[in-house]
Design a protein. Structure first.
Length: 244
């Protein structure tokens, strides 16, 4: 067997090993048990024990939303993702309002929450928002670029059932609007002030009388949490007076 054949076989074997390793790391194993989740959560929040894991809700085939209750009846949640060949806790929030989660490839976005039932939330009103934007840029003495983007304010009502927690995908229409803004960013590049025309999410909570409420019981002990990566974002609470 000559050296070229030996080298070829070696390359094929190395390629096979790499392929098997990649497939192994990308294929999620069975999700953690409740006991394992509680142990992991205690390591990241040793000041308070987990009293109850309420549910394990798949967001996609490699992401899980886990609402839970801490000792002292504080409502909290965590999000887990299959990253680097293991289940990683990428977000924990306690005594807080809704957050958004976006998948690693950016194709899925969910709103998640876990609020104290004593707040008696009947429904959330989620918003996709963007402020009006106008800019004139003089390219040279003879040419200029004028850019105008209208204000966006789109509401999405989500009922809250008998459970304290939930996870819902953003409307498909919203995903299209966000993508169109990204395309505008790519097209105009440095001509635009990138931060001034971004879309963002906001929320309000209402009781059964359609009265806006502030989640006083949920926030009673003060909100907190942590996140790794850029998968989750707290949603902005918005007052009625700030809407048009």
């Amino acid at each position: 067997m000559n050296k070229k054949v030996v080298l070829l076989i070696g390359l094929l074997l190395a390629g096979a090993v790499i392929l098997v390793t990649v497939v192994y790391l990308q294929t999620p194993k069975a999700f953690l048990t409740e006991e394992e989740i509680m142990d992991e959560l205690y390591l990241t929040n040793s000041s308070s024990r987990v009293k109850e894991i309420q549910d394990i809700v798949p967001l996609d085939d490699r992401s899980m939303f886990v609402p839970f209750i801490l000792e002292g009846d504080r409502y909290a949640s965590s999000i887990w993702m299959w990253l680097g060949g293991k289940w990683e806790n990428v977000s924990v929030t306690t005594s807080s309002g809704p957050i958004s989660w976006t998948s690693k490839d950016g194709t899925e976005t969910f709103f998640t929450w876990n609020v104290d039932p004593q707040d008696k939330v009947e429904y959330f009103q989620f918003y996709l928002l963007s402020e009006r934007y106008f800019q004139v840029t003089n390219v040279n003495a003879n040419d200029r670029i004028e850019i105008y983007l209208p204000k966006i304010q789109i509401a999405h009502r989500v009922p809250v059932d008998e459970t304290s927690y939930g996870a819902v995908p953003i409307p498909e229409e919203w995903a299209g609007i966000i993508e169109s803004f990204n395309e505008v960013n790519d097209f105009h590049g440095w001509f635009m002030d990138y931060q001034s025309h971004q879309t963002y999410f906001a929320w309000q909570a209402f009781n059964e009388m359609d009265k806006e409420i502030r989640l006083e019981k949920t926030y009673g002990d003060g909100g907190g949490g942590y996140s790794t990566g850029s998968y989750t974002e707290p949603l902005q609470f918005i007052n009625e007076g700030d809407l048009e």
